[in-house]
Write a protein that binds this ligand. Sequence first.
Ligand SMILES: CC(C)(COP(=O)(O)OP(=O)(O)OC[C@H]1O[C@@H](n2cnc3c(N)ncnc32)[C@H](O)[C@@H]1OP(=O)(O)O)[C@@H](O)C(=O)NCCC(=O)NCCS
Length: 116
Amino acid sequence: MGLVWGVGDFQDGELRGLITWGEDEEDPRLWEVVILATALRWHRRGVARGLKEHLLERARSREILRVVSFVHGDNEAMIALNRALGAQIDPDPNDAEHVLYMCRIDPFEARPATSA
Ligand SMILES: CC(C)(COP(=O)(O)OP(=O)(O)OC[C@H]1O[C@@H](n2cnc3c(N)ncnc32)[C@H](O)[C@@H]1OP(=O)(O)O)[C@@H](O)C(=O)NCCC(=O)NCCS
C-alpha cells in the first residue's frame, strides 16, 4: 500500500477528469502517474491535457525532474497526448512482452501540447 495524490477537474460540480500520481520511494525527484481519465462525455475537449499540464506545473514547482507513466501500447489517445507534451516513449524495460510503454517527461522541458 502507498499514498497517491490526486487532482480533479470540476465544472459546476461535475467531475470531468482526474489525475492521480505517486512519489517514487527510491527517487524523491520522480513522480509516477497512476490514473489519468476523462469522463466519456468530456472526451477530446482538452481535459486530460489540462490535468497533465497542471501536474507538470506542480512538478516544476517541487523541482521534480521526471514524470513517468506506463501506458498500454494500444492506448493511442494516451500515447498521442504524451507525445504532444514532449514525452520520451519507449517499451517498458520491465515488460518482456512489450505490452506497456513508458512515457517519460522532464517537466522543465515539456512543451504545451497545443504547440505540438
Ligand atoms: C486518454 C484520455 C485520458 C484522454 O482524455 P481527453 O480528455 O479526451 O484528452 P484531451 O482532449 O486532453 O486530448 C489531448 C490530446 O491527446 C490526444 N488524444 C486524445 N484522445 C485521443 C484519441 N481518442 N485518439 C488519438 N489521440 C487522442 C490528442 O493529441 C489530443 O489533442 P487534440 O484533441 O488537440 O488532437 C481518455 O481517452 C480516457 O479517459 N481514456 C480512458 C482512461 C485511460 O485509458 N487512461 C490511461 C490509463 S490510466
